[in-house]
Design a protein around this ligand. Structure first.
Ligand SMILES: [Zn+2]
Ligand SMILES: [Zn+2]
Length: 171
């Protein structure tokens, strides 16, 4: 099951209401309620669109990591929007955002997640050498993982190394 049902969506709305109530009572500000969309967007678990006051949740990662979405991902994205409403454009994961997560929502201020990305069926994975990032196909990536093959940069001849961020879903 890779698609959230209506009950899931309702629960997400309810979670947002709960978090908004907490933040509003502490800051004594009537925060604007964000819209929620459900689109796949690469490895992102969730994203926050500041100018449109909108949260996008990855439906596939949601279905495979429900718990973490309710405990962390929703609070993470909502915090971006609330910080924007309070302070305008500041560092995305700066002290204002960290304070919102830790002190207001009482959650750790994590900026990545160790979700299993296999259900996303991504078409490529990022590797790198000193020249910069390189994309490898899933087929090649799997060979590297199984230890069957190494790949080299055509320019600098270095072994391509998997980047750390490909293992973690972005937030
Ligand atoms: Zn290179
Ligand atoms: Zn973030």
């Amino acid at each position: 099951m890779d698609r959230p049902c209506n009950t899931d969506k309702l629960q997400v709305e309810r979670k947002i209401d709960q978090l908004l109530a907490i933040a509003s009572s502490l800051y004594e500000v009537p925060f604007k309620r964000p819209a929620v969309t459900w689109r796949k967007s690469g490895k992102n678990a969730g994203t926050a669109n500041l100018t449109h006051n909108r949260i996008n949740l990855n439906p596939v990662l949601f279905c495979h990591n429900r718990e973490a979405f309710f405990t962390d991902v929703i609070a993470h994205e909502l915090s971006h929007l609330l910080v924007f409403q309070l302070f305008g454009r500041v560092q995305p994961h700066g002290w204002q955002w960290q304070k919102m997560m830790e002190e207001v929502f009482q959650r750790p201020a994590n900026t990545t997640h160790n979700f299993d990305l296999a259900p996303l069926k991504l078409k490529s994975f990022y590797y790198r050498c000193d020249c910069g990032p390189v994309e490898l196909s899933v087929r090649r990536h799997n060979k590297v993982i199984r230890g069957q093959q190494r790949y080299f940069c055509r320019r600098c001849k270095q072994t391509l190394i998997a980047t750390a961020e490909q293992q973690a879903a972005s937030l």
